[in-house]
Design a protein around this ligand. Structure first.
Ligand code: ATP
Length: 228
């Protein structure tokens, strides 16, 4: 098992948001975290990364208990976090954005460019001048440059045109082909139906349904939980 989240409780200040979320990501598995706006997807990802206060439960990654470790230690142990607001450096070029994130390991600038050839084409362009899709690719590529062993992707397709969503799907499939475990928070069911092996549906900070992704998409209960 790559990642195990056990009865996780987390929130902001005095406000509890997650009320005992349990989930698992196996080695080489792509797992989706589904749910409407406000269900707690982002909070779950941030809690795993150590960016929100944890009130109970445990997070175990490859046998190491992360629950009380600061974020940078979680990153050093192999967690790679792709935030939904992208946070690339607008003044730096694509290449500089990538090099600044590099840590030793199998992922190099060359390998990242092979996976995402578009980034090589625009390597001298400043981050602030990229389209939304290019920014999303750069954000994922930058996280890969730090050589993580598990990726946490927060809403990677949010606000992107269908053709770009298709490219992000191919990218996630390629990473899966490389054996990279991925936990992704998403609202786009077509995308998750394509890339995810399993899924968890959150509602008000609790897992309501979980299972094989294709089976989840056939359940009326899941469709009801995800419709607006
Ligand atoms: P979205 O797609 O809107 O990001 P989500 O499923 O990721 O939805 P979260 O962002 O995890 O949901 O939000 C869960 C709950 O936590 C919501 O009720 C939200 O209002 C609350 N919340 C999120 N961020 C904060 C914060 N910084 N301070 C207080 N409450 C917050």
């Amino acid at each position: 098992m790559s990642l195990q989240v056990l009865q996780l409780q987390a929130g902001y200040g005095d406000i509890p948001v997650l009320h005992g979320v349990s989930l698992e990501v196996g080695e080489g598995e792509v797992v989706a975290l589904l749910g409407r706006n406000g269900a707690g997807k982002t909070t779950t990802i941030k809690a795993i990364m150590g960016l929100v206060q944890i009130r109970g439960g445990r997070i175990v990654y490859r046998g190491t208990d992360l629950t009380r470790l600061p974020s940078f230690r979680r990153a050093q142990l192999g967690l790679g976090y792709v935030p939904d607001d992208r946070r690339i450096f607008p003044e730096l070029t694509v290449r500089e954005n990538l090099l600044i994130a590099h840590r030793p390991g199998p992922w190099t600038l060359e390998r990242v460019y092979q996976l995402l050839p578009r980034l090589r084409e625009i390597e001298n362009r400043r981050g602030g001048l990229l389209s939304g899709g290019e920014q999303q690719m750069l954000t994922i590529a930058r996280t890969l440059m730090a050589n993580p062993r598990l990726l946490l992707l927060d809403e990677p397709t949010e606000g992107l045109a269908p053709l770009i969503v298709e490219e992000i799907a191919r990218l996630v499939e390629a990473l899966k082909g490389e054996g990279m475990p991925v936990l992704l928070a998403e609202q786009n069911l077509r995308f998750t139906g394509r890339v995810a092996d399993r899924g968890y549906v959150l509602e008000t900070g609790e897992v309501r349904v979980e299972g094989n992704m294709q089976e989840l998409l056939r359940k009326d209960e899941v469709v009801a939980l995800l419709s607006l």
